[in-house]
Design a protein around this ligand. Structure first.
Ligand SMILES: [Zn+2]
Length: 421
């Protein structure tokens, strides 16, 4: 009989043993996946990677469905079990571009595997696939279905991946919960900020410096727009989320007098900018970006209207400007106390021996697509956020094995195989 606070010990042993016996195979699959450079942008080798994954999913005896989205891009659904209720394991197979081509050949140093995607998040895909296999091959009864969803394009907003599936009504059907294997550095992410990114273009009129009076300086006009944005920034960045965020507990990070802490809402001005042609020409064009990251407690539509309204006001005041929305994505916020959140936390504690901790993801996270449909969604994965996207990306393979066990135990509990007291 299982206790209130620990996963079923016998099941944990069975799954951990099975995963241990398949560790070499898992490491090999990770190396094979890393060797397919699914760099995004621009989104290369998607077909090759989807083919490789589909083959492995079918070999595992899962019922597999492939949804071609656009060009070479394809999403995979694979499932086992029967019934209406579905628990989703979700992950992406695209990676950010490599900083060195060697990153596409996995290098092993003891327990550590180096390479692009080892951390974000091909190791997570491997852990989820082997969790599903472990449940099947250890004959753990599931009441409902366990579905694996593998998508491309996560690194650029999901247009040919999750956003496509969501728009077609194909994401989260019958879902009672979702887990994704992003690199969470040992914590559980149950929320993410929303994002709205704009490129603002300010127009002027070109003239030689000696004839400045006949021109209109786009840089100086842009300055007026930036001044208004700074006022908005001062206001919104006073707001704080109640969620824990990454370094929130590191006092060194939050004591600087004028610097905001990780809980504060964000309005980044001028992440990229440009304009003009030379020092002696009145610029007829200047542009800059604005990246607004909206806490889950803020209302996305209100904040969007505020930002766009400010630009419209500048226009009414005679500043000639246009804007382009580069990305727009809502926040997500799932309660820690949903059955899936509790089951995941219990499994993390049971397997790692450490207390589970919930935090908000500092970036965008695909839990938002499921949360928007009312499906409790969480991220927990074997990698470290600090090495994802970097030149020395790696994963500790012991964490990949642990994650596979954690996913399997969580699914076993949520799909009713483990009866709790
Ligand atoms: Zn990722």
């Amino acid at each position: 009989m299982s206790s209130r606070s620990k996963p079923d010990e016998a099941l944990k042993q069975t799954i951990a043993e099975w995963v241990g016996q398949h560790a070499d195979e898992m490491a090999q699959l990770l190396a094979d996946l890393v060797a397919i450079p699914t760099e995004n942008p621009p989104g290369e080798n998607y077909r090759k990677c989807a083919d490789a994954l589909e083959r492995r999913l079918r070999d595992a005896g899962l019922v597999c469905e492939r949804v071609e989205t656009e060009g070479e891009a394809a999403c995979l659904f694979a499932e086992q079990g029967e019934g209406e209720r579905v628990l989703y394991f979700h992950g992406h197979y695209d990676v950010v571009p490599a900083q060195a081509y060697e990153q596409f050949a996995v290098r092993r140093e003891g327990n550590f595997l180096f390479g692009r995607g080892t951390c974000d998040m091909k190791s997570g895909l491997v852990a989820m696939l082997y969790a599903a296999r472990a449940l099947k091959e250890c004959a753990v009864p599931l009441v409902g279905r366990l579905a694996l969803v593998m998508v491309p394009d996560e690194e650029t907003g999901g247009a040919r991946g999750s956003a496509f599936l969501a728009n077609k009504g194909l994401l989260g059907r019958g879902g009672i919960g979702m887990l994704t294997a992003e690199p969470t550095t040992g914590v559980i992410w149950n929320a993410n900020r929303g994002a709205m990114t704009l490129r603002i273009n300010v127009e002027g009129k070109s003239a030689h410096v000696g004839l400045q009076h006949s021109g209109e300086n786009a840089f100086e006009c842009m300055h007026l727009v930036v001044a208004r944005l700074l006022e908005l920034k001062r206001e919104v960045e006073e707001r704080q989320t109640a969620h824990n965020v990454g370094l929130a507990n590191d006092p060194a990070e939050v004591t600087h007098a004028d610097r905001k802490g990780p809980r504060n809402s964000i309005l980044l001005i001028g992440g990229a900018s440009g304009g003009g042609t030379n020092f002696n020409i009145v610029p007829d064009n200047c542009w800059f970006t604005v990246d607004r990251r909206i806490n889950p407690e803020e209302d996305f539509e209100t904040e969007k209207a505020r930002l766009i309204g400010l630009l419209q006001e500048c226009r009414r005041d005679g500043i000639r400007l246009t804007w382009e929305i580069l990305q727009e994505a809502p926040s997500a916020n799932c309660s820690e106390s949903e059955p899936l959140g509790r089951a995941l936390a219990r499994s993390v504690e049971g397997v790692t021996g450490q207390a589970a901790r919930f935090e908000m993801c500092p970036g965008l996270l695909e839990i938002r697509f499921y949360a928007a449909r009312g499906i409790p969604a969480y991220a927990y994965g074997p990698g470290l956020l600090s090495v994802a996207h970097g030149p020395k990306e790696y994963v500790d393979f012991r964490k990949v094995r642990q994650s596979a066990v954690i996913y399997a135990l969580t699914a076993a509990e949520i799909l009713g195989a483990v009866q709790r007291v």
